[in-house]
Design a protein around this ligand. Structure first.
Ligand code: FES
Ligand SMILES: [Fe+2]
Length: 365
């Protein structure tokens, strides 16, 4: 089960070809539903990647102008998902259609709305401003996980793991695990989630910071982030000379946007970037920061993958709640409450036109 009335990132903007000339059809699965995304002129289109005739993937077909022709028996669909031509028939049946998803682009992320279309609300889009700002520089990242997305949410909601999982990359000090994070609710119009704030004083600068700004003494580090439904982290973090450090000046300031999109119950898309201020560091900084981030996220992936396998081998295992689980426990409660509320709503959003289309049976002349 997933929260459905949410915007989910399906792609980075650059992944969707700007024209259809090369014939490539982008497809990715979200919440178990394969979706084709393309551009019809200036308009983004997201359609179920499953032909309503016999269920073949439309992504194995071809573009004809702004329309998409199924590669199996040739049904032609317009950007609304309506079939406008069936070979050998004078007119396409009105019920021949595939689901069209609300889709928007914001700051280089392409979002699809997986719930009831009439509830799609742009106020619910996250403010991923550093993904498209002249003030920030980064390299976009993507990872694929073979685990449920909630285990990755758990990881992002408890940075005490930086001290151990990322000891040699992002961490560098056990003081991070010793510190307590302050956690509060975010419940504004459109935005639902948690604010998590943590800082540590008098710690050595991690290797990644030294690429941006050279510190010779100890620093104070902080991580302030919002973690929003369905699984988006928007974080300001950085470091500056600690109180005892009178030799250094200046600071490191980072902004990171990361989001998790369930592919299925057992796999997840992970889109991420960590931006630094334009003008800081050398020309290769964005590339080396990206490599460092990838190394760190592979460390997470290795641990979470092993945890997932360990949990799967012991279905009766019960986790031991500790003080450091505060944020992730609250977030899981929020997810459960949203799913329960959507399930109880009269027009339950778990139904989909895709499912309806596949149950219609064959369209006959
Ligand atoms: S499956 Fe698409 S036209 Fe037959
Ligand atoms: Fe991590």
């Amino acid at each position: 089960m997933f929260v459905r009335n949410c915007w989910y990132v399906i792609a980075w903007d650059h992944e969707i070809p700007s024209t259809q000339e090369n014939g490539q059809i982008f497809t990715r699965t979200v919440l178990g539903e394969p979706i084709v995304v393309y551009r019809a002129g200036n308009e983004l289109v997201a359609l179920a990647d499953r032909c309503c005739h016999r269920g073949a993937p439309l992504s194995k077909g071809r573009f004809e102008g702004n329309n998409l022709r199924c590669g199996y028996h040739g049904l032609l669909f317009n950007p609304d998902g309506q079939c406008i031509e069936v070979p050998g028939m004078s007119a396409a049946p009105a019920k021949a259609c595939v689901k069209r998803y609300p889709v928007v682009a914001k700051n280089k992320w392409i979002f699809v709305w997986m719930g009831e279309p009439e509830k799609a609300d742009r106020a619910m889009l996250p403010d991923n401003y550093s993904c498209d700002s002249p003030d920030w520089h980064y390299k976009p990242g993507y990872l694929h996980y073979q685990t449920n997305y909630l285990l990755i949410c758990d990881n992002l909601l408890d940075f005490s793991h930086l001290s151990y999982v990322h000891e040699k990359t992002l961490g560098g000090s056990h003081a991070i695990a010793q510190s307590r994070a302050a956690v509060s609710d975010i419940l504004t119009h459109g935005q639902r989630g948690l604010r998590v704030q943590r800082s540590v004083a008098e710690v050595p600068p991690p290797p990644s910071y030294q690429r941006i700004h050279t510190f010779s003494g100890l620093i104070e580090r902080w991580w302030d982030y919002d973690f929003l439904l369905p699984g988006t982290l928007l974080m300001k973090s950085g470091g500056k000379p600690s109180k005892s450090n009178s030799v250094d000046s200046g600071e490191v300031e980072l902004h990171s946007c990361q989001t998790l999109t369930p592919e299925t119950e057992h796999s997840t898309h992970y889109f991420f970037q960590q931006g630094h201020r334009t003008g800081q560091g050398d020309a290769e900084l964005a590339g080396s920061m990206y490599q460092m981030l990838i190394r760190a996220f592979e460390e997470d992936k290795d641990m979470i993958g092993a945890q997932s396998a360990c949990l799967a081998s012991a279905p009766d295992f019960t986790m031991l709640p500790l003080h450091l689980d505060g944020a992730l426990t609250r977030y899981r409660r929020l997810v459960d409450a949203e799913i329960t509320s959507e399930s109880a709503a009269p027009a339950a959003s778990q139904s989909s036109a895709t499912t309806a289309a596949t149950k219609r049976g064959p369209v006959v002349a």
